[in-house]
Design a binder for this molecule. Structure first.
Ligand code: ADP
Ligand code: MG
Length: 343
């Protein structure tokens, strides 16, 4: 099973046949072709994860062209937002924006503005200047937590209020501040890819960048059903819930994809800027919203806020979401109750 399969599944709800997404890497396949030959999908490893684009199309040619254009858009954003490539627009921003405004592309300004908005909405639990802590913890490679003094030093370089945006320019107000869009970039990408698919004349589809999923148009199967998206059980291989979506996005942030275990404790990649340590108390948070970018940032931020504060925020914002606590209890927000079907 690859990582992607563990994340979510899509079902053609007319047939209730689960569309297996696992073995499709690199292939353009009509999905569930016995029921509906007009659903096509393809999966590629991009952005350090798997990206799957599924479309309803009139012909294989139309599907192929649209899906290729969608993947090109992912590649474009990946090249722009890479923290590892020194020549990416983001790396150049991080290297030069201390105390001097740097003009950036429309994508980078949009994603930065959105990040600050989510940071404010989550009282700083989502913080796009988290980079120094992410690098220090390096959870995919580390075997033990870092030294507490180093954690504290890195934490002092995390504060979104040191990002100053004016017009198309970004400036960092403190030395060592950097922009890390890791908690929001996948949702933004899903939104952009959907815009590209629509521009190619596609009326219905799903773009999934790991657990950040954007859906548009329904019309699946004989009854014109919505798309159905499954939410992965954070501690198992199955799905704990599913939602039907026609237009909108859903993101899930969890502690079960990138982590290491040290002395029986799980240290994962969602870091609390208030402590410098992985956020404690939850296994997963899913958020539904019109925009993928908002879902992605909010899922990360609400995960960090923990059960009580995340519940309160969801209710205050009338946000549709679901929380799975460390003991496996499930909370579904009021706005999500008529959408989410628990298994
Ligand atoms: P996933 O990568 O599992 O889809 P997320 O969307 O929740 O998860 O994003 C995780 C990434 O977000 C981390 O790898 C890191 O780059 C960044 N991140 C971690 N903690 C925070 C935080 N408190 N605020 C903003 N970004 C964060
Ligand atoms: Mg996120």
């Amino acid at each position: 099973m690859n990582k992607y399969c563990k994340y979510f599944g899509i079902r053609n709800s007319t047939s209730s046949i689960f569309i297996a997404l696992c073995f499709m890497v690199g292939l353009l396949l009509p999905a569930g072709c016995e029921q509906n030959p007009l659903i096509y999908k393809n999966t590629r490893p991009l952005m350090g994860t798997y990206v799957t684009i599924t479309v309803l199309a009139d012909s294989r040619k139309q599907a192929e062209e649209a899906i290729d254009a969608g993947f090109l858009e992912v590649e474009r954003l990946e090249a722009m937002l890479s923290l590892w490539r020194p020549d990416s627009e983001l790396s150049r921003l991080n290297a030069t924006a201390f105390d001097r405004p740097v003009e950036v592309s429309r994508d980078l300004i949009d994603i930065s503005r959105k990040s600050l908005e989510i940071a404010r909405l989550t009282d700083g639990a989502f913080d796009p200047t988290i980079g120094p802590l992410v690098r220090l913890w390096n959870v995919t490679k580390s075997k033990a937590p870092p030294d507490p003094e180093e954690v504290e030093r890195a934490r002092l370089l995390v504060d979104y209020r040191n990002i100053d945006i004016k017009g198309r320019t970004i400036r960092f107000l403190k030395k060592g501040i950097t922009f890390d869009p890791g908690g929001i970039a996948k949702g933004y990408t899903a939104d952009r890819v959907v815009a590209v698919l629509k521009g190619m004349g596609i009326k219905s589809g799903i773009v999934a960048v790991a657990g950040d999923i954007k859906v548009f148009g329904g019309g699946v199967g004989e009854k014109d059903d919505p798309w159905r998206v499954g939410i992965q059980d954070p501690r198992g291989d199955g799905l704990i819930a599913s939602v039907e979506l026609t237009d909108g996005a859903i993101s899930t942030s969890g502690d079960y994809e990138r982590y290491f275990i040290f002395k029986g404790m799980r240290y994962h990649h969602l870091l609390d800027p208030a402590t410098g340590y992985p956020a404690y108390g939850l296994q997963g948070v899913s958020v539904m919203h019109e925009q993928g970018v908002s879902c992605d940032g909010l899922a990360t931020g609400l995960f960090v806020l923990g059960l009580e504060r995340a519940k309160k925020k969801m209710e205050e914002m009338n946000l549709a979401g679901m929380i799975v606590t460390s003991s496996g209890e499930i909370y579904v927000s009021t706005a999500a109750r008529r959408h989410i079907e628990l298994n």
